[in-house]
Design a protein around this ligand. Structure first.
Ligand SMILES: NC(=O)c1ccc[n+]([C@@H]2O[C@H](COP(=O)([O-])OP(=O)(O)OC[C@H]3O[C@@H](n4cnc5c(N)ncnc54)[C@H](O)[C@@H]3O)[C@@H](O)[C@H]2O)c1
Length: 254
């Protein structure tokens, strides 16, 4: 299937990762729907909407809500004429040690990251099946693969996303739907990206500490993670399912 035939839904699509994937997909002729809880984050795609008026749509919805996700997938089908790819980027919460963490933060991590991925997959599967097959790519984290400092709820929810992906790959094999997971290491995003070029000593110290946790000695770039996600969407990955791709600069070796 050529890139022009890809009909892609990105949940948590207002994230820098969602927008980075959308850019790469659109310039190859794919169509994209971004779903996110944050209207202001979805506005990051306004420029892409101007550039590709027939290629990208946005939809407000929470992955925590079953009905929001059902409505969002129906919206995607209406706008794109179907869907054959789902990328799950939504994730949040759960930072801190078990003793420090508020139970609400633990619950938020599980609700958005794990249950949200489940709701999104569940709502998308009938459309992927209707398309005759497709791809699901879930975004986990190094936190779900190895011990990282003070990330208990986040790490537990991301580890569960890895488990969900492997199980779903088996469940959907007869439907020609592959399910894979990308587990990024620390990325040059958010506060780190925003502070680039500034003299902020605290930020530089935090960045250096993080950089020292990976063999390559630098943070990953969002485009590098997007390339990993799109590998699983590419026709070249037809025979790949149930896999986890670690893009972490060699964090396991530190
Ligand atoms: N930035 C990193 O260093 C890093 C490292 C490893 C993994 N990740 C993972 O990559 C993904 C993207 O992260 P990011 O750094 O681009 O930014 P991010 O934290 O901004 O991405 C999270 C996105 O999820 C959305 N979201 C939150 N709750 C939602 C809900 N209930 N319904 C729908 N959307 C919701 C947010 O609005 C946001 O757009 C996340 O899953 C994150 O955990 C990030």
């Amino acid at each position: 299937m050529k890139w022009e035939c890809k009909r892609v839904v990105i949940a948590g699509g207002g994230s820098d990762m969602g927008v980075a994937c959308a850019k790469k997909l659109l310039c190859q002729g794919a169509k994209v729907v971004l779903i996110d809880i944050s209207e202001s984050l979805l506005a990051k795609a306004d420029g892409l909407k101007e550039e590709y008026p027939e290629g990208i749509w946005t939809c407000i919805g929470s992955v925590v809500s079953v009905s929001d996700m059902e409505k969002a997938m129906a919206f995607a089908k209406e706008k794109m004429g179907g869907m054959n790819v789902l990328i799950n980027c939504a994730g949040t919460g759960g930072r801190g040690t078990v003793e420090e963490m508020r139970p609400e933060s633990w619950q938020l991590a599980l609700d958005v990251t794990l249950t949200g991925t489940f709701h999104s997959c569940r709502a998308a599967i009938p459309y992927l099946r209707e398309a005759g097959g497709g791809r699901i790519v879930n975004v986990a984290s190094i936190g779900g693969r190895a011990n990282r400092p003070v990330n208990t709820g986040y790490s537990a929810s991301k580890a569960a996303v890895c488990g969900l992906g492997r199980y779903l790959a088996k469940e959907l094999k007869a439907d020609r739907i592959t399910v894979n997971t990308v587990a990024p290491g620390p990325i040059n995003a958010g506060m780190f990206k925003a502070s680039e070029g500034t003299e902020d000593a605290e930020m530089q110290k935090a960045r250096k500490m993080l950089e020292e946790t990976v063999v390559l000695g630098r943070l990953g770039e969002m485009d590098e993670i997007a390339d990993g996600i799109l590998y699983f969407v590419d026709d070249a990955a037809e025979a790949v399912t149930g896999e986890i791709l670690d893009i972490n600069g060699g964090a396991y070796m530190c």
